[in-house]
Structure formats: structure tokens, C-alpha cells
Design a protein. Structure first.
Lengths: 361, 583
């Protein structure tokens, strides 16, 4: 029974980064295929893991929103295909919409007209791919604690992390303020709805947010935020040079990657740039005295979670592309390729190895 | 430990200095209480200790403030963070992270303590403050008392030598306040921490203080000394001190226990007497689920039988409630202006109110009490139509408030919310009044007349933001009263008010009740409830657990009894004013 996942606590929590790597692995696999059965399987795997391992935290509830967003994207993609036509040639006309006559200069654009089964199926596959990508991102969002992820940032970026955390706690407070002030409008005998109400409530809400941010700033200052140790000027200058030089090198490398002729120098430049930037961040962290309280540790379970995502991505990427892209012209029923399907199932691993979140009320 | 040498603080746009020539020394390991009326610069003095004044707030500080030998002039607040821990009035504005454990560690992280030390201190602090079961909880889900304890814990973990607290118990119910004060007591005794705190609710804190520092008036010299001596001359004092002064006890007792031991003579003198009726309408009460079926015009005779039946119908939810209130006395029977019947309200999965049945009559003042989160604000919200009932009914003036148009509703019921500022939108008092007249559809000038009655001496072009806490409350009250609603609701009206402002509020409310307004107020302030309320309703976890005349409900409860009642028990005296009138 020791193989069963333990109850989650702060010490054995899966690293937030591991959840993101897992989800990105699934997303990478989704981006390689248009096979609706495989995409459905991927979404099912992500959904199962979320259902098995998410907490009751506010961010965990965002999964539903991502699923809805994915479905909306799918619908929008289909509607566009119907209304604007599609370059996919087709031999199975379903119906014909009245076509809007467009002037000569708008040649190439079509509104309305013939709608074929092939074009709809193509749009459906394409939309399903986008939806699957979004749902994978949603899964990461639901499983990884965003505040903990920010805590894993390098020391030099700590201030940015704190700013984001404070902003995240601000949003719910502002929502509460809006509710309170709208209630107060009702108490004054004014309708709580309508544009005018929103405008009248807006100003006090902003005032409240401003006051709260000043109060938080005072509290942070009084609790030692931003205490620094003096660093020798040489280190300071080295930090600047490394950070700027790294950025520049990455830019040059990126240009090389995108242009036709620069393939030879691109990779070394990007690599050098990343190394310099990392060194700059490390040196920059020296002036901050702060330490970290119980950072997420990257343990065996985190390796398994992140690894399972990577394996899914690698196995799906390695299979024969023909099986991953079922034909649209001519129309064929998509089959479920055995090996890619089995490899997608590897993504279920976190549902068994990640620690079980506590039942919360 | 803390030293003020001739300190004068002047804010940028102020005409006069907020603190003028303050000399003060706080020795190590003392719990020092800072008292004084609103607006004398208590918060400024506290801010000067942590260096937030003037580094953060602006203004000029003359003189010298040193904490543990460090001059705040040369040290910014962040450089004092390891010696001074500060908790402001609103703990929510204090939190930087989102969970309890991270919040406790935040200060230590900033100071760069070693991870092993941090871990140990977090565990110790969780135990010291009784926060261990809450360690993983998001801060947003905590109650007021829990938040206050987390805020104190978060500044304790770096082991500061000085703890500065601004009104740590104002927003808390009596039990949560006791909890926080017990923690402070423990810090002073066990860890030798120096504590400097300001508090309006002296009845809660004065007995814990080693020394009291009094700021009698803006710019007046500071008086510091042993609590009994300072209280003897202080313009702000708790009821126990007022009673002691009235009875001429010397030395002045500060605790209920001391006062009780000296109160034998007073009890004898009061033996044959009884308190005068508090205010018109007292004793007129409809209790329990029977409720005002025909709320509106028809006066419902609150017979004892009916109340008992109502209680039976409601089932065994209520523990032995007090005796049904006496049938309406000769002059007390006002008509029922509002009532709820078997009212339940849900918020998500939580049942905020369950099976609540109360009735309120014209001219009656009802105090709603109970711990934070017991459903007091929800009940007020239901009475004013902000909250929709899940089952049961609410009737105010014969209408269901949540289905009545706001414009119509303001003529039947008015609520002054916890934060009176929410009600105020305009730039000037005059504009606010004009808007209130328009909202309520009454003749222009009605609100202004109320304002000059409640807030004499405030110019029409004053910005509501520049008013003091008590003045703002009075303005919001005037705005709400413009529609002449027969039912007036107040949510925590005395939060942040000093004794003078509270006495003014009590006079105003007493007069409104005499004019026939029904008043329902949710409050933690047992002294206010004792002074004003005819009837007290105690809520716990959304249910009514006690409902009856003030002296019956309040005297029997250790948490809700006012100090005078505790001192003179078993005699039925509740306030110093009653005793004074009888003598």
C-alpha cells in the first residue's frame, strides 16, 4: 500500500513548474495532431487528472472557464468557416447560403455561398485542436498554485513576483468593493444596474483600491520589504553588462533563426544570450538579503509528473504523421491509432503519483 | 525602549501640528495603552514609532524618536523592521501573501533569516497564537478575530522587541477580542515584548495595561502614568471607571473584579430602587416564529402563548430561550413595522440564516448580537432587500423588500452600512444632501435640516472625506433618514467611535426611537446595547439563540453583559446613567 499517493501537504507538494511542464507536454502533443479521437483522449486525460488532484482554491475553479472558452473557440471556428467559406475543396455540398456580392477589389473574400461537409470537418478538427490546447493550459492553471510558481522565480525577479501576488489578491477585493458599493446605491434608493450606476460606483472603487494599495505598501515597508545589502560597484556593473549583453545576444540569435541565411550563427548566439542573462539574474540577486520559506522542492513525484508530460509529447511527435492527421479530402472516418493513443494515456500518471489534496469543506 | 523627545509632527497641508512637543519614554517589557478622543494624533504617534511617520506619510517631524537606540530619522521603516512590528487598524490591508503560513513567514523572508530558523519560528508562532489548524487556509476565508491574530503573528515571527497596535479589538466581537488580548498578555509576560497600543474600547483593555498614556486634546501635553491615576482624570474612560468616579471609590478600580469587591455599599444603597424605564417602547416585543403575519397596519398583540407556540413550531433549534417577552405594556404597543418568518438565507453552501423569526415594532430598539459571522449583517441585509431569502418571508411595511424598487424602499427602511462612507458619493455635504432629497423624493432642504440637527457646526462645503469617523456616521444617518423610514437599521455603528461620539450617537438614536422609529442595530458593543436597546436578539450560526428584554438576555451572559451589570449583579442595573439617575 505504500505505493498509494500520500495526502498533500506543503512539504510533498508537486512543484508548480512540474504541473506546467506536464500540461505543456500534453499541449505539445495536441498541437501535433488533428485526429479528433486523439484530441478527445488528450482532453479526457487532462480532465481526469484535474478532477483527481485539484484543490478547492479559487484558481482551481478556473478549469471550467477554460473548458467553456475552448468550446467557444470551436464554435467560432465553425461559424467562420460557414460564413466566410474555406479554401478546402469539397465534393459534398450540404447547403448553400446566399452569397453577398462583393466589389472587385475585395476579390478572394467570400461571404456566404456553398458549404461543404469537407470544409466543416476541417474546421471542426482545427477548432478541436485549439480547444484542446486551451484546456491543457486550463489544467495547468487549475493544478499549479500561481503564488508558489512565482515564489520559484530567481531572487532578482522577486519584486516582480510580489507585485503579481499582491495584484492577484487585489482583484477579489475590488470585486467585493463593487458589490458593497452597488448595495450602497440601492440603500440610497437608486437602481443598482445600468451604465450610470457602474460609472458612479467606479470612482469610489478605484479610490478604495488606491487606498488599499497605499496601506499594503506601508505594511510591506514596515515589514522589511526591499531591504538590501550594499554590493561592490564592480558586481553592480557586471550585472548590468550581463543582463544587457544577454538580451542583445538573444535578439541577434532570434533574428538569425527567423531569417533564411542566419542558421549558422543563430543557435550559439541564443545559447550565449541565455547563459549571460541567467548569470546576470544570479548576480543581481546578491543585493537582496531575502531568503525563502519552504520553497517547493522538486522531488521524485515532480519528476514523474513533468516526465509523463514530456513522454506524451515525445511519443506523439515521434509517430507517423499520417495517422495523426485523418484525411479530409476525400472524407474518411478517423481511426484511433493504437500507439499514439497508448502514449497519450501515459499522461494519466499524475492522477496516481501526485499527493492527494485534502478534502476541504 | 521607545523614546520621544520633544516630538512635533506637522502634516503638509495642516494648519496646526498633529503632535506638539511630545515627551514620552516607554520602558522595555511594558504594555502601554494610548488613549484619547478621536483625532488627537494617536495613529500618528504610533506611526512615528515604526518610522512610517514621516518616511511614508510625509509631513515634518521635529524632535527625536528612538527605538531600541535607533533614531527613526536615520532609519527607514524597513530598517526598523527587525525591532518594531506594526499592525494597523485594518488587518486586511496588512497582508501581503495569500495563505496563513506564507504570511507568518513573509517578514522573516524579507529580513533574510535562515530557512531552518524560519520554519521553527513559524511553528512556534502557530502554537502561540492557536493558529495551527488554520495554517494552510487562504487569508480571505478567515474570520475577523483570526485575521487579527494572523496579523499579530506575522509581525511576531521576526521577534521584534516592540509591538505597535492600532485598535486591535475594535472590529472584533467580545470573545475574539478576549482571544487577541490574551495573546498580547502572553507576549508581554513570556517574551518580554514591549507593546504600545491605541484602543477606543477601554472597557476591554484598560485592565491589561501597565501604564496609560493620555493624549487629552490636540496639541495638549501628554499625561502618562499608572492606569488608575490617568483614568481618574481622563476624558475617555470605561463604564467601570465612570461608576467608580460616581461612587467616589479610591483608588479607582479598573477591573470588574476590583469594582465588585468595593461595590457592597453601593449595592446596599441601590437595593430598594429599580432602573427607570429605558425608553418608550420598552417591553414591546414579538418573539419567535409566530412573527407578524399581518405586518403593516394591523397591530399584532404579542401574547405570551403565541410566542411560546412560535417557539415550539420552530422546533428544538433554540436552546432554552428567555421567557417570552411580557405583553405590551400600557404605552409600549407600537405597530409592527417589520418582521421575518422562518427566514432562511443561503450563501453558496453556507446557511447564513436558518429559520429566523423576529418582529420589530415602532419605537422599539433591538440590538442584534453574536460573534463575527453569526449572520447579523445578513439579517440586516434581508430586512433591507439586499439579500434574497432562500425560504420563509421578510416583510417591511407590508412589502417584501427584495422585490420592492429601491426608490420606493427608502421610504420604508434605511440601513447605515458598516462603512458609512459607502453611502456618500458627493464632494460636499451640501451636494450630498441635495442628492439625498432627490433620491428620496422629498422637498429640498429636508436632509440639510437633519444634518444641521445631527451635525451642528459643519459647513455645507466640507468634503465628506474630511469629516471625522463620528461625523461621517451622522451624515450617513441623515442621508438615510431623509426618506423618513419607520425602520432604521445600523450595522456596527460604534466601530472607531470614541466615547464622546458614541454618547452623541446614543442621544440621537434615543430621540429617534422616542419619535417612533423602530431601530435594529447589529453591534459588538455591549455597553451601547445596554444603553439603548429595549430588546436583544442573540444570533449564533444563523439561528436565534436568545431573544428578550435587554436586562434579561444581557445579564445572564458573561460575554454580553455590560460592566455595570457585572459589578452590580444580581441587581438589574445596566448603565452608569441608570445608577446616577437612581441615586
Amino acid at each position: 500500500m505504500s505505493l498509494r499517493a500520500p495526502g498533500a501537504n506543503r512539504s510533498n507538494a508537486v512543484h508548480a513548474g512540474a504541473w506546467w511542464l506536464w500540461a505543456l507536454g500534453l499541449a505539445a502533443a495536441a498541437s501535433r495532431t488533428t485526429n479528433p479521437l486523439l484530441l478527445g483522449l488528450l482532453v479526457g486525460v487532462a480532465g481526469y487528472v484535474v478532477a483527481a488532484r485539484r484543490t478547492d482554491a479559487p484558481w482551481a475553479r478556473s478549469y471550467g472557464a477554460f473548458v467553456k472558452l475552448g468550446l467557444a473557440v470551436l464554435v467560432v471556428r465553425l461559424v467562420f468557416s460557414v460564413v466566410l467559406g474555406s479554401p478546402v475543396p469539397g465534393t459534398h455540398p450540404l447547403f448553400t447560403l446566399p452569397e453577398v456580392p462583393l466589389p472587385d477589389w475585395a476579390r478572394g473574400v467570400r461571404i456566404g455561398g456553398r458549404v461543404t461537409a469537407e470544409q466543416l470537418v476541417f474546421a471542426l478538427y482545427d477548432g478541436a485542436k485549439l480547444a484542446a490546447l486551451l484546456i491543457c493550459v486550463g489544467a495547468a492553471n487549475a493544478l499549479a498554485n500561481p503564488a508558489r510558481l512565482l515564489k520559484s522565480l530567481p531572487g532578482a525577479l522577486y519584486e516582480v513576483g510580489v507585485a503579481v501576488v499582491v495584484a492577484m489578491t487585489f482583484a477579489p477585493n475590488m470585486v467585493a468593493d463593487v458589490g458593497r458599493l452597488r448595495a450602497a446605491r440601492r440603500l440610497r434608493g437608486r437602481p443598482a444596474g445600468g451604465v450610470k450606476a457602474v460609472l458612479q460606483v467606479g470612482l469610489p472603487v478605484l479610490e478604495g483600491a488606491l487606498e488599499r494599495s497605499v496601506a499594503v505598501a506601508a505594511s510591506m515597508d514596515a515589514r522589511g520589504y526591499g531591504r538590501t545589502v550594499p554590493v561592490p560597484p564592480a558586481v553592480r556593473h557586471a550585472t548590468t553588462v550581463l543582463a544587457l549583453g544577454g538580451l542583445l545576444a538573444v535578439c541577434v540569435g532570434a533574428y538569425g533563426l527567423l531569417s533564411a541565411s542566419g542558421a549558422s550563427y543563430a543557435v550559439p548566439f541564443v545559447a550565449a544570450g541565455v547563459v549571460m542573462a541567467a548569470a546576470g539574474l544570479r548576480l543581481g540577486g546578491r543585493r537582496s538579503v531575502r531568503t525563502r520559506y519552504r520553497p517547493d522542492r522538486w522531488g521524485a513525484r515532480s519528476w514523474l509528473v513533468a516526465g509523463s508530460g514530456a513522454v506524451v509529447a515525445a511519443l506523439v511527435a515521434g509517430t507517423d504523421p499520417v495517422a495523426l492527421h485523418p484525411g479530409v479530402v476525400p472524407l474518411v472516418a478517423p481511426g484511433l491509432p493504437l500507439w499514439p493513443a497508448l502514449s497519450v494515456l501515459v499522461g494519466l500518471l499524475p492522477a496516481f503519483v501526485a499527493p492527494l489534496p485534502k478534502e476541504s469543506v | 525602549m521607545i523614546r520621544f523627545e520633544n516630538v512635533t509632527v506637522t502634516y503638509a497641508d495642516a494648519a496646526a501640528p498633529t503632535l506638539d512637543g511630545v515627551d514620552l519614554t516607554v520602558p522595555e517589557g511594558e504594555l502601554v495603552l494610548l488613549v484619547g478622543p478621536s483625532g488627537v494624533g494617536k495613529s500618528t504617534l504610533l506611526g512615528a514609532v515604526s518610522g512610517l511617520v514621516p518616511h511614508f506619510t510625509g509631513g515634518t517631524l521635529r524632535g527625536r524618536v528612538t527605538v531600541d537606540g535607533r533614531d527613526t530619522r536615520a532609519h527607514r521603516p524597513r530598517e526598523l523592521a527587525d525591532v518594531v512590528g506594526t499592525v494597523g487598524q485594518d488587518p486586511l490591508a496588512h497582508f501581503v501573501t495569500d495563505t496563513v503560513e506564507d504570511e507568518l513567514a513573509y517578514g522573516m523572508e524579507s529580513l533574510g533569516l535562515a530557512p531552518a530558523v524560519m520554519r521553527r519560528r513559524v511553528e512556534e508562532t502557530l502554537d502561540l497564537l492557536g493558529l495551527a489548524p488554520l495554517r494552510d487556509r487562504p487569508i480571505a476565508t478567515l474570520s475577523g478575530g483570526q485575521r487579527q491574530r494572523v496579523a499579530i503573528g506575522s509581525v511576531l515571527t521576526p521577534h521584534p522587541k516592540v509591538l505597535v497596535l492600532d485598535e486591535p479589538t475594535s472590529a472584533l466581537d467580545p470573545a475574539a477580542a478576549e482571544e487577541v488580548l490574551a495573546v498580547l498578555q502572553r507576549l508581554v509576560h513570556d517574551l518580554g515584548t514591549t507593546v504600545l497600543m491605541a484602543e477606543h474600547r477601554l472597557e476591554r483593555v484598560v485592565q491589561y495595561a501597565d501604564r496609560v498614556v493620555l493624549l487629552p486634546a490636540p496639541g495638549a501635553p501628554v499625561v502618562a502614568g499608572p492606569p488608575a491615576e490617568v483614568m481618574a482624570v481622563s476624558p475617555v474612560h470605561p463604564p467601570v471607571v465612570a461608576l467608580g468616579r460616581l461612587a467616589g471609590w479610591d483608588p479607582l478600580p479598573l477591573t470588574v473584579r476590583d469594582a465588585r469587591r468595593r461595590a457592597g455599599g453601593l449595592r446596599d444603597r441601590l437595593a430598594g430602587l429599580s432602573p427607570a424605564a429605558a425608553s418608550p417602547g420598552s417591553g414591546a416585543a414579538v418573539a419567535a416564529g409566530g412573527g407578524p403575519a399581518a405586518a403593516g397596519r394591523a397591530p399584532v398583540a404579542p401574547s405570551g402563548v403565541r410566542a411560546v407556540l412560535g417557539r415550539l413550531v420552530r422546533g428544538g433549534t433554540a436552546p432554552p430561550a428567555p421567557e417570552p417577552p411580557p405583553a405590551a405594556g400600557a404605552g409600549g404597543a407600537g405597530r409592527t413595522v417589520a418582521g421575518t418568518r422562518a427566514l432562511s438565507v443561503r450563501r453558496g453552501r453556507v446557511e447564513a440564516l436558518r429559520d429566523v423569526g423576529i418582529g420589530v415594532r415602532a419605537g422599539e430598539t433591538v440590538a442584534l448580537m453574536g460573534r463575527n459571522g453569526a449572520g447579523k449583517s445578513t439579517l440586516l441585509g434581508a430586512l433591507v432587500g439586499l439579500v434574497e431569502p432562500a425560504s420563509g418571508s421578510v416583510l417591511v411595511g407590508g412589502r417584501a423588500p427584495h422585490r420592492t424598487a429601491p426608490r420606493e424602499l427608502v421610504r420604508h427602511v434605511g440601513l447605515v452600512p458598516q462603512e458609512p462612507r459607502d453611502l456618500l458619493y458627493a464632494d460636499t455635504v451640501a451636494a450630498e444632501c441635495a442628492a439625498a432629497d432627490a433620491d428620496a423624493g422629498v422637498a429640498p432642504g429636508a436632509c440639510r435640516a437633519l444634518v444641521s440637527e445631527l451635525l451642528p457646526g459643519v459647513a455645507g462645503d466640507t468634503h465628506p472625506r474630511d469629516l471625522s469617523e463620528g461625523q461621517r456616521l451622522a451624515l450617513a444617518l441623515a442621508v438615510v433618514l431623509t426618506g423618513r423610514p419607520p425602520l432604521l437599521l445600523l450595522d456596527e455603528p460604534t466601530r472607531g467611535l470614541d466615547y464622546a461620539a458614541k454618547a452623541r450617537l446614543a442621544r440621537v438614536l434615543g430621540r429617534l426611537a422616542a419619535e417612533g422609529h423602530a431601530i435594529v442595530m447589529a453591534t459588538h458593543d455591549v455597553e451601547l446595547a445596554a444603553e439603548l436597546a429595549d430588546r436583544v436578539v442573540v444570533l449564533a450560526e444563523g439561528e436565534v439563540v436568545a431573544d428578550g428584554p435587554t436586562h434579561e438576555v444581557v445579564v445572564s451572559s458573561p460575554a454580553f453583559a455590560p460592566q455595570v451589570a457585572k459589578i452590580l449583579a444580581p441587581q438589574p442595573w445596566l448603565t452608569v446613567a441608570q445608577v446616577e439617575a437612581a441615586l
